[in-house]
Design a protein around this ligand. Structure first.
Ligand SMILES: [Zn+2]
Length: 72
């Protein structure tokens, strides 16, 4: 589900809103009540920081076999 960010034109507060369908009009600013909020282009759902998948081979070598950088 996409999350849209609405930035308040008054105080600059960025309100993250989970929306089911894209709408141009955002909710009022929860901080100051300003209704003029600007939709920002936003991330799709939360950015989950995952560690990179276990490296099975050296990133710079096409094959793991015999790579001096690959341990294991
Ligand atoms: Zn505000």
């Amino acid at each position: 589900m996409p999350i849209f960010e609405y930035k308040c034109t008054q105080c600059g507060f960025v309100n993250e809103v989970l929306v089911k369908s894209a709408s141009s009009k955002g909710p009022a600013c929860p901080e100051c009540g300003e209704k003029k909020v600007v939709k920002q282009f936003s991330v799709f759902s939360a950015v989950i920081k995952e560690p990179p998948a276990a490296v099975s081979k050296c990133q710079s070598c096409p094959s793991a076999g015999g790579c001096p950088n690959f341990n294991g």
